[in-house]
Design a protein around this ligand. Structure first.
Ligand code: AR6
Length: 178
């Protein structure tokens, strides 16, 4: 586990499963239908139960880079923030900007709903193919900038699935805070 203080808040990296987090919200790396899928999306819907999908159906989708919020259903987290990262296709299709937007808009929703503790997975780095090291830098830079300018969110935790993802985020964070 790594923990750094940004302004008055904490940014944390852990290796683990996001469905087990007890933060106020967990973030889902969804697709623009918001109707479920594999990866972390599948895991969240499996663990959270049908209530989440029922609410998602009413939202009518979510464009890439934006975010929506539903109940946490049976999860320990009260809310799920669903965001859609970009599909990576070489890096010249504004992928970095869209990925940053996904993090930023998720954090803005957390602020709007007065949620102090938010857990993120590594958005876009599974099925969507975003190179892990680059995605880690975008994710962490965006979270750090947000925490520097908003004191209402007190904890941003990145929950990395497996050692490889954890190590990539660890390296990226060391570069950014050194
Ligand atoms: N906890 C934390 N991270 C996880 C978990 C978990 N339980 N399970 C997987 N990951 P992906 P994407 C990691 O593919 O690339 C879905 O089908 C995983 O190892 O879940 O944004 C959606 O419906 C990887 O590092 O999301 C979309 O269609 C990271 O989560 C599409 O996949 C993201 O991998 C979105 O693709």
């Amino acid at each position: 586990m790594v923990k750094v203080t940004i302004n008055k808040s904490i940014l944390e990296l852990i290796e683990g499963d996001i469905t087990e987090q007890e933060t106020d919200a967990i973030v889902n790396a969804a697709n623009s239908s918001l109707l479920g899928g594999g990866g972390v999306d599948g895991a969240i819907h499996r663990a959270g139960g049908t209530k989440i999908l029922e609410e998602c159906r009413k939202l009518g989708g979510c464009p890439t880079g934006e975010a929506r919020i539903t109940t946490g259903g049976n999860l320990k987290a009260k809310y799920v923030i669903h965001t859609v990262g970009p599909v990576y296709s070489g890096g010249k299709k504004r992928e970095a900007e869209l990925l940053a937007n996904a993090y930023k808009n998720s954090l803005s929703l957390a602020s709007q709903f007065k949620l102090k503790r938010v857990a993120f997975p590594s958005i876009s780095t599974g099925a969507y193919g975003y190179p892990l090291d680059d995605a880690a830098t975008v994710a962490l830079k965006t979270a750090i900038n947000y925490l520097k300018t908003h004191t209402d969110v007190e904890l941003v935790r990145f929950v990395l699935f497996g050692q490889k993802a954890y190590q990539a985020y660890d390296r990226a964070l060391q570069e950014l805070v050194k």
